[in-house]
Design a protein. Sequence first.
Length: 556
Amino acid sequence: MNNNSKVLALKYRPQTFDDLIGQEVLAETITNSIKADKIPNAYLFTGIRGIGKTTTARIVAKGLNCLNGIENLCKIDLCENCKSIAESSHIDVLEMDAASKTGVDDVRDLIEFSRYGPTSAKYKIFIIDEVHMLSKQAFNALLKTLEEPPEYLKFIFATTEIKKIPITVVSRCQRFDLSRIKSSELFEFIKKIKDKENGRVSDEALKLIVKISEGSVRDSLSLLDRGLLSLNKNTELDLDAAQKIFGYFDKSQLINLFELILKGEEQKVINIYRKIYDQGVEPKVFINDFLEILYYFKNINSLSLESTNFSLNDEEFTKIKDISNQVDSEVLILFWQFTISSLEELDIVSNQHLSIEMFLIRLMHLSSIKQKKNLDKKDSNDILDNKTSIDEDKQTIEDSSRIIDQIKNIAQEEKYKPEVKPEIKAVDRSLINSFDDLLNICTQKKEIKLKYELEKNVNLVKFERNRIEISFNDNLDKDFVKDLSSKLYEWTSERWIITFSKSKGEMTVKEKQKNRRDELINEVKSLDIYKKVMEKFPDAELIDVKVNEKKEDKND
């Protein structure tokens, strides 16, 4: 293949350790180990896509088998071994894709092939890409050979998901974690490639490419290739053109949008978003970029322009800093949480575009509520979840969050208007003056499920007229509050407030009954008659005790 017809990612693929960028420690360590003839049985390279795992594996194979040795590794005039390895055609360097050959039979064939020494090179090398795709049985079959291979045999593994590889395999390898390429280093690299290709690309467009690639060299070269091919030779790829080609937009629009949200300029906010949408920006991309801007607004005082990885220019950095000093941190945190929840909503709505518009409108209302009422953190969490706390003095943020997750109707006196069945006569309100009265009414009305929840899963904290304060365990039914409120209104024709407390409260009725039963059993076991029975019947077991109700009432 003509070298000029190759894509940039292949055309400028590193051929020696000196060509690698961002992996200096790795290159130095491997080079020194080869020079010292302390070569591990297996190398394991891990990291994100496109940072040089497979490329490094081939360079290591060249370093081990180059006819000129590691110190004079071929760069331009390649020796026979280096040329064959670069073309993936060397008979002693086998490259295997574990994604397509995952079975134990494939590994057995590989092990069988490893019994024969190298034909023309010093080492026989197996390069296995995406090694985490191998099956459990395949890994097990490889273990023994991996631990004690012949001196001429070396393994090189590459993976993007190190956690999927059994620890027994990892422990037999010399592991190298390839790091993401720094933005400044990647920028200089693709700028050199651009110059070699005689491409006309502005620095701002290159910085956008670096940002989108997220530290991946292959991604950055693929984007650069795409950008150069999208325009005529005499046309420069500037930032505006790059944003259209790659589906990104000017971050200054988001900064202006955020400022207008804080001011409550609804019409202007919607117009700016619609312009962004018309540029071809997907709603999920918009939300993720909005989250990024939120992060900068919250943390701008602890960041430098360089640490934003080319996401912001000088003017944008300064503007964010000025605005952030005028915004309450709690508002930014609320916005972040609200944006995350809106991101999840996009998966369940059919028209994501409309959902984003409503999201922006809700942000404006959220900001205005915060400014008007100066809510504390607990209230902020309630607004975020569109719930209103009915006991602000006793509930903490943690209690409120837990309750909202389990019970979606805390403010039932405002949101729920239970229907009184006309055929059922209301109970005299004087009959429900205690928790025990409530249990008795449940028995009379045959509300078995409600009584079960009250006895089993509710801890009474305080009982007052028209107000019950409780805590509960994780088994409480999610509709308990709604059901109890409905029945109390039905029975008394009055509204009752059910509040939740962080206090543990009393034991549940069932726990009290169990404790009472255990006490009675222990009392009976201390009686002489019980001891005499056990002497006669040593295998007997006391299971339960029944008390004479009349006698117990008299004692009480």
